[in-house]
Ligand binder design. Structure first.
Ligand SMILES: [Zn+2]
Length: 139
C-alpha cells in the first residue's frame, strides 16, 4: 500500500520502519513525542511517562513517543502506565509538560480503526493541526 502513496512523508516511512506498521495511535504518539522534544529538548535529561491502554492498538502510542522523543525503554527514561486515554508527561530540568488527546479523538480513532485504511489515517493524524489534536499544559 505504501507503494501506492509515493508522497508518504519521510517521517512516516521512518516510523513505519521503526514500529512495523502505521496507524492512528502510533502517529498520535509521534505527535506527542514531538511536542515534548520541541518544548523541552531531546534527549539528555528528558523523561516521558506515557498513559494508555497496555494492549494494542492503543499501546502503539508508546512506540510513537519513543520514536519522536528519543526516550526509550532501553535508556530507562520512558514508562507506560495503564489508562483509558492516551497521554504523555514529559519532564526535564524541573519543567513538566503534559500532552493529552483533545476530547473526542480517542472515541473517533477507536470507531474508525481499520487495517485497510491505516496508512491514509496515519497521514491524516500526522497532518492535522497540533492545536486541534492535542492539549498541551505546562506545570
Ligand atoms: Zn502498532
Amino acid at each position: 500500500l505504501a507503494a501506492l502513496l509515493p508522497d508518504l512523508p519521510e517521517t512516516l516511512r521512518d516510523l513505519q520502519e521503526f514500529h512495523g506498521h502505521l496507524g492512528p495511535y502510533v502517529v498520535v504518539g509521534l505527535r506527542m513525542g514531538a511536542v515534548g522534544r520541541r518544548e523541552l529538548g531531546a534527549y539528555k535529561g528528558l523523561t516521558a511517562e506515557v498513559t494508555c491502554s497496555l494492549k494494542p492498538p492503543m499501546l502503539c502510542v508508546v512506540d510513537g513517543v519513543q520514536f519522536a522523543s528519543q526516550c526509550t525503554m532501553g535508556k530507562g527514561n520512558i514508562t507506560a502506565t495503564e489508562g483509558g486515554e492516551p497521554a504523555a508527561v514529559f519532564r526535564k530540568d524541573g519543567r513538566t509538560l503534559t500532552v493529552t488527546l483533545r476530547p473526542g479523538w480517542r472515541e473517533r480513532i477507536d470507531r474508525e480503526m481499520s487495517r485497510e485504511l491505516e496508512v491514509e489515517q496515519s497521514v491524516y493524524y500526522f497532518e492535522v493541526p497540533e492545536e486541534t489534536l492535542l492539549d498541551i499544559t505546562f506545570a
